[in-house]
Design a protein around this ligand. Structure first.
Ligand SMILES: NC(=O)c1ccc[n+]([C@@H]2O[C@H](COP(=O)([O-])OP(=O)(O)OC[C@H]3O[C@@H](n4cnc5c(N)ncnc54)[C@H](OP(=O)(O)O)[C@@H]3O)[C@@H](O)[C@H]2O)c1
Length: 372
């Protein structure tokens, strides 16, 4: 039997879940009947599968709090008596605990499904192998995919959250041909310089829409006065996070006056906020090690992904600490001559994806997740 064939169908189904599943992972499930007689009219054959194997049910997790993929797949089976001669394929280990919904392992036992094939183990400590153990302890034949990487990759953010106890981190900046991300005035104060063209903007806003939060350093907030909202792509606004040690950033900045997104300011001491959408949190010691800031964002504020938009100081800290999962670098066609140098990538770092937008280059790389 070609397990991979059906597991890949699970991946296709899982992706249909889109943003609705968040913060739950994307999961897809397929039920395949391998009974002695083919089932006319109650399923369809997959090209390349054996004569006797017929998909009789499919499902995926659509919405946080709603039925899991296994439940949807079982519900879609017309003749439930076939389940006892079937295999359920699922891209992620079935849950074995009561959350918003009852355990999927119990559903499998109730319907006497004898075989389960799983893409990847669930990193959530409430599951983490206990689903497999529970099923095996109750006589179910459980097989794990030889290579879990496509199943981990499907839920990169979810895996990073649970393994590293921090948000999924994407670094993004734009630099000139000669490697500067900003200018400097005659007194050496950083200044804002336009580096890329308008075509890049919608791409950046798409990145914003797909992250839970955006973070910038104090100097960027003060000099660029960005709104950090998503205005050009369907989807919501991320939460804005600003590092401002003394709480001295002027209240006239857009992140404070524009209430379209929540703003979180991290400072070393308690400061008052004049705006209801602005929340302030104290962190000591200061400057806070970036790893601690990220752990705080995940553990205390439940922030699951952060797009770090600069400046160089903040980006370099994250690069040096190695706590990032994706890098997106834009390169404009012009030169600045002198200014704020762009962050320095690790030696031998090589982007693996490049595309051109008008006259600007976009270079990207996702870190291969080595989870052990
Ligand atoms: N081209 C681009 O993509 C892009 C993007 C963003 C910015 N920029 C440019 O970059 C320049 C600003 O960059 P920058 O490197 O000078 O500054 P930055 O990274 O924006 O801000 C640095 C400041 O943020 C605070 N901070 C950073 N990390 C911290 C930590 N771990 N703990 C506590 N506080 C922390 C500190 O401020 P305090 O200690 O003083 O509170 C620090 O001095 C500007 O010219 C801007 O236009 C360019």
């Amino acid at each position: 039997m070609n397990h991979l064939h059906y597991l890949h169908r699970c991946l296709q189904l899982a992706r249909l879940g889109g943003q609705g599943a968040f913060p739950n992972p994307h999961v897809g499930a397929v039920i395949v009947y391998h009974g002695p007689n083919s089932v006319k009219g109650s399923g369809f054959r997959v090209q390349g599968s054996s004569e006797q194997s017929v998909i009789i049910g499919e499902g995926y997790h659509k919405q946080y709090g709603s039925a899991h993929a296994e439940v949807m797949a079982v519900a879609s089976v017309k003749d439930k008596s076939l389940l006892k001669d079937s295999t359920i394929y699922v891209s992620l280990e079935p849950c074995s605990y009561h959350g918003n919904t009852p355990p999927c392992t119990d559903l499998i036992l109730t319907h006497k499904i004898p075989r389960v094939v799983i893409g990847g183990l669930d990193p959530n400590p409430q599951v983490a192998g206990s689903g497999v153990d529970y099923l095996r302890a109750h006589g179910v034949d459980v097989t794990l995919a030889d290579d879990p990487s496509p199943f981990i990759d499907l839920n990169r953010r979810f895996f990073v959250n649970h393994y590293y106890k921090r948000p999924y981190i994407t670094l993004k900046w734009a630099e000139s041909q000669d490697g500067y991300i900003g200018g400097r005035d005659s007194e050496g104060t950083p200044t804002q310089v336009a580096i890329t063209g308008n075509n890049v903007k919608a791409f950046v806003h798409r990145m914003r829409a797909s992250h839970h939060a955006i973070m910038v350093g104090k100097t960027t907030a003060a000099i660029d006065d960005p709104s950090l909202t998503n205005r050009l792509y369907p989807g919501g606004n991320p939460t804005r996070i600003i590092l401002d040690r003394k709480g001295v950033l002027p209240p006239s900045l857009r992140v404070f006056t524009d209430a379209q997104a929540p703003t979180i300011v991290l400072s070393e001491k308690e400061t008052k906020s004049a705006f209801p959408h602005v929340k302030r949190h104290v962190m000591v010691p200061w400057p806070a090690p970036i790893e601690e800031i990220l752990a705080f964002l995940y553990t205390d504020l439940r922030i699951s992904s952060v797009l770090i938009e600069g400046g160089a100081n903040l980006l370099q800290q994250v690069l040096d600490a190695g706590c990032y999962d994706e890098v997106v670098r834009f390169q404009g066609k012009g030169e600045i001559g002198q200014g704020v140098a762009g962050p320095v990538l690790p030696r031998d770092y090589a982007f693996d994806h490049h595309l051109m937008m008008d006259q600007d280059w976009v270079s990207m790389k996702k870190r291969v997740l080595s989870l052990s």
